[in-house]
Design a binder for this molecule. Structure first.
Ligand SMILES: NC(=O)c1ccc[n+]([C@@H]2O[C@H](COP(=O)([O-])OP(=O)(O)OC[C@H]3O[C@@H](n4cnc5c(N)ncnc54)[C@H](O)[C@@H]3O)[C@@H](O)[C@H]2O)c1
Length: 338
């Protein structure tokens, strides 16, 4: 399958597999594919209780992608694979780098290996803007140097490199999306460390918003999960083999602007507690999405609209955020003192 064919719509009679289909992005993608009439297969490691949340007619295979044989078996009849499973938390990657590496790097290798000999298959790998590390140019285009500085970015980049190597060596048909900071319905507060979900969860519970870093200098490209779903589907259809596409909005929002927007759409001004002693990730992060726009992409959910919808989705007392920040000043101080 090459550029120019509509891979997703031509897969109606075939199986589209979504690894990590019980996760935040996966659930949204699965719902969209199932609503369009596709045969969808979810592969995930999750326990049975989350399987009940899948739309009717979506099949489920429990498979740990760290297990190569199991991964190959579960993907045996899949023609198009959206590979989203993995550790998505920077904090977890710092606490358990082996789990992070095995899940993201080895897991992605196993998916590539499963598809290597399969004629006509196509892979879409969801990577992360954390592969860029601390950005040097703005907005960040795909040819910006990659220099991840903590384990999660490194494991996602390992996945990318493996996908590219399989494209070059074995002719695997595959594309890579580098997502910026995703928000929207369906995030699990036990694994979600991104600002939009966290800030809303604190604010809706009447708690102060904990801002880590410099609220004015730290900016992010917050992209609604429905735009990520649209972007993934688009690159599946029209992306060039071996190419990377930024998945973002091209809009830059500082943390201070995010807090103001939350006050504006919720009708109550948030309290904030600013921890500006942690500045490791105080930098600008905004995508250049020209390459994706070149395939016909246009982000469709402005931040205020996305926040309004998410407030409605979360209700009055959502579970508060449960993840700590990645960075601990005490750890760094201990390292530099030794
Ligand atoms: N959420 C974001 O802001 C963001 C940004 C950039 C990239 N990404 C990437 O997008 C993908 C999806 O992220 P998400 O936010 O939906 O994460 P998530 O944690 O909600 O979902 C990940 C899913 O993968 C499954 N999984 C984990 N280990 C597995 C294994 N060994 N075998 C099989 N399944 C396993 C989990 O059970 C879970 O359902 C991840 O690869 C992440 O790196 C996310």
């Amino acid at each position: 399958m090459r550029r120019g064919e509509s891979v997703v719509s031509s897969s109606k009679s075939r199986v589209i597999a979504v690894t990590g289909g019980l996760g935040f992005v996966g659930k949204n993608l699965v719902r969209s594919l199932a609503a369009a009439g596709h045969q969808v297969r979810v592969l995930d490691i999750a326990s049975e209780d989350r399987v009940g949340t899948l739309p009717a007619r979506v099949s489920y295979r429990e498979a740990d992608l760290r297990d190569g044989r199991r991964t190959s078996e579960a993907l045996a009849d899949a023609d198009l694979v959206f590979h989203l499973a993995g550790n998505s938390s920077g904090t977890v990657s710092v606490e358990d780098p082996r789990l992070d590496f095995e899940t993201n790097a080895l897991g992605t290798f196993n998916v590539c290996e499963a598809l290597r000999e399969k004629e006509g298959s196509r892979l879409v790998y969801l990577s992360s803007a954390m592969t860029y590390g601390q950005p040097q140019r703005f907005p960040i285009a795909e040819d910006h140097p990659v220099a991840p500085y903590y384990p999660y970015g490194a494991s996602k980049l390992s996945g990318e490199l493996t996908v590219k190597a399989f494209v070059e060596t074995y002719g695997l048909s595959a594309v890579i999306g580098r997502a910026f900071v995703i928000y929207g319905p369906g995030e699990d507060p036990r694994r979600a460390g991104a600002e939009v979900g966290q800030y809303l969860r604190w604010h809706l519970n009447g708690l102060p918003i904990e801002v880590t870093g410099d609220p004015d200098r730290k900016t992010r490209d917050f992209v609604h999960v429905s735009d990520i779903v649209a972007g993934l589907t688009l690159i599946a259809d029209a992306g060039e083999d071996g190419e990377v596409y930024n998945l973002g909005t091209g809009e830059e929002t500082s943390l201070a602007e995010l807090v103001t927007a939350i006050g504006r759409v919720s009708g109550s001004v948030p309290d904030t507690v600013v921890n500006d002693s942690i500045t490791d990730d105080t930098y600008r992060l905004v995508a250049d999405i020209s390459k994706l726009r070149g395939l016909g992409y246009k982000p469709s959910v402005p931040l205020d609209k996305g926040l309004t919808d998410l407030i409605q989705h979360l209700g009055d007392h959502p579970a508060p955020p449960m993840l700590d920040t990645i960075f601990r000043p005490s750890q760094r101080d201990a390292r530099s003192a030794s």
